[in-house]
Write a protein that binds this ligand. Structure first.
Ligand code: KG4
Length: 337
């Protein structure tokens, strides 16, 4: 046995626990919360309560699946923030209690660094990105370009000034009546549609920053105008709307990323976050490799949405550097890294 780290993730609406041995995944258990579906988005108070119900069975299963006991753990790593405060409190409090009871070291993990750290999970035959590299981190709450200088040294060089990419997918899906979360449904329908059927607004903002609120408004206005002509417009044009929306989001994301890579002369490019499950975005990354010869790193599907394996991976790297926290640590809802 090497260095065994238990990771705990509870930043939003997934309760997850994972066990890593020298950076290799022994187990990764995720309990998603179906309770939010009826509301078209995550309800923070319901999320906290579901985390409380889930946390003990999820950790228990992660330890059992991995075949390890609490006494085998070198440390417990947990998501400290950013995220929903009530949700973070459940994971943080549990980690503190376990650390006290088991006399374990504690490592606090930034949720965004955890997404990037999915690329540091050790797997036989898997190549890891070389520092420095760029990581496009796209989720329901974030859209950022990170300059990753080291396992624990990451700089945000561009980020959204309003909505995140996942949020744009979710909000546009909601107005089409496609349910929550919208990203996976849009991805599926987009495969059957024409990506050039509709033109939506693209932002024109400085540096490597992103904006998705204009696209969302332009999407809404298109629906409003077309529905006046034909009340069945959405039903008839769903696939084309999804394909055109997805293409626009990907164009926006990739153009800034490519600009940053060229300016900084970095050709190692990684993708992370929930939206990295999007098939069109994954294909656009493959194109960076086939057309430009860049080295790209696209996460396994299991490590795209919130999961504790990436938290334990970030925790393992901090553990190796001797970066620990103590029982006074409190969660934070917003931060920059
Ligand atoms: O990282 P994540 O699980 O949670 C946080 O927001 O932190 O990301 C969830 C987001 C949601 O907005 C969801 O719609 C989006 O990821 N998503 C997708 C796909 N799968 C999940 N967006 C586009 N295409 C997908 N296949």
């Amino acid at each position: 046995m090497g260095t065994i780290i238990l990771g705990i993730e509870s930043s939003c609406d997934d309760t997850s626990a994972a066990v890593l041995d020298d950076g290799k995944v022994l187990s990764n258990v995720i309990a998603s919360q179906a309770v939010h579906m009826a509301y078209g988005g995550v309800v923070p108070e319901l999320a906290s309560r579901a985390h409380q119900q889930n946390i003990i069975p999820v950790v228990h299963k992660a330890l059992t699946d991995a075949g390890v006991a609490v006494s085998d753990l070198a440390a417990v790593a947990f998501t400290r923030g950013p995220g929903l405060m009530g949700s973070l409190l459940v994971g943080t409090s549990f980690a503190k209690g376990l650390a006290l009871a088991g006399n374990l070291k504690m490592v606090e993990v930034n949720h965004l660094q955890a997404h990037v750290s999915a690329h540091f999970i050790v797997e036989d035959g898997k190549q890891q990105p070389q520092f420095p590299f760029l990581c496009l981190l796209v989720s329901g709450g974030n859209s950022q370009i990170l300059l990753v200088k080291d396992y624990t040294d990451m700089q945000i060089i561009g980020q959204t000034i309003d909505d995140a990419a996942g949020e744009a997918f979710d909000k546009c899906a909601k107005v089409m009546g496609l349910g929550y979360p919208g990203g996976p449904v849009i991805d599926k329908l987009a495969k059957e549609g024409n990506p050039d059927a509709f033109q939506f607004a693209k932002p024109n903002i400085k540096n490597y920053d992103y904006s998705f609120s204009g696209l969302k408004t332009s999407f809404l206005y298109t629906l409003r105008d077309k529905l006046k002509e034909d009340p069945d417009f959405i039903e008839k044009s769903k696939a084309d709307l999804c394909a055109s929306l997805q293409k626009t989001v990907i164009d926006i994301l990739m153009s800034k990323l490519i600009k940053a890579a060229k300016d900084l002369k970095i050709t190692q490019i990684a993708l992370a976050g929930g939206v990295s499950a999007n098939s069109g975005l994954r294909a656009a990354f493959e194109e960076l490799h086939t057309k430009r010869g860049w080295t790209v790193f696209v996460p396994k599907f299991a490590f795209t949405t919130d999961n504790a394996a990436m938290v334990a991976s970030a925790g393992y790297r901090k553990y190796n550097k001797g970066i620990f926290c103590d029982q006074t640590v409190a969660p934070y809802s917003r931060t920059i890294i």
